[in-house]
Design a protein around this ligand. Structure first.
Ligand SMILES: NC(=O)c1ccc[n+]([C@@H]2O[C@H](COP(=O)([O-])OP(=O)(O)OC[C@H]3O[C@@H](n4cnc5c(N)ncnc54)[C@H](OP(=O)(O)O)[C@@H]3O)[C@@H](O)[C@H]2O)c1
Length: 98
């Protein structure tokens, strides 16, 4: 069974996207910007790359109606994040690594 990540860019059920939300996710967006620049893609692409890097090989179920965001997401699926980058994003989102 392949796991699917639905609502991949949402910060809650009806609260909107975390991408670009500097009021609530400033550190996360800073790190996404930095990692995106390093890989030549957008933060949306890195959000996709973060999910696809998981060893369970999640499929990312996009909800956007914007063709440019579809392209940015597709570009991110070709990026392989390092473990350091992956955990940096994880902790910048407010999670702790045991
Ligand atoms: N079965 C279930 O339990 C379940 C639960 C949740 C979701 N789903 C399904 O999974 C699919 C995806 O869910 P979702 O629509 O919540 O996914 P999503 O891709 O996280 O969210 C899509 C929404 O976020 C906006 N958005 C996406 N990327 C953005 C960005 N970089 N900047 C600003 N806005 C951005 C989109 O606006 P634009 O269109 O303007 O880009 C759209 O309003 C849907 O088909 C949904 O029905 C199923």
């Amino acid at each position: 069974i392949t796991l699917q990540a639905w609502s991949p860019f949402q910060k809650g059920f009806f609260d909107g996207v975390f991408l670009g939300d500097r009021e609530h996710y400033a550190e996360l967006n800073d790190v996404l910007d930095e990692v995106a620049a390093a890989h030549g893609v957008t933060p949306t692409g890195i959000a996709v790359a973060w999910i696809t890097r998981h060893p369970a090989h999640f499929q990312v179920v996009l909800g956007t109606t914007n063709p440019q965001r579809v392209r940015e997401s597709a570009a991110g699926s070709d990026v392989e994040l390092s473990r350091e980058e992956w955990y940096r994003i994880f902790t910048a989102a407010g999670h702790t690594v045991p």
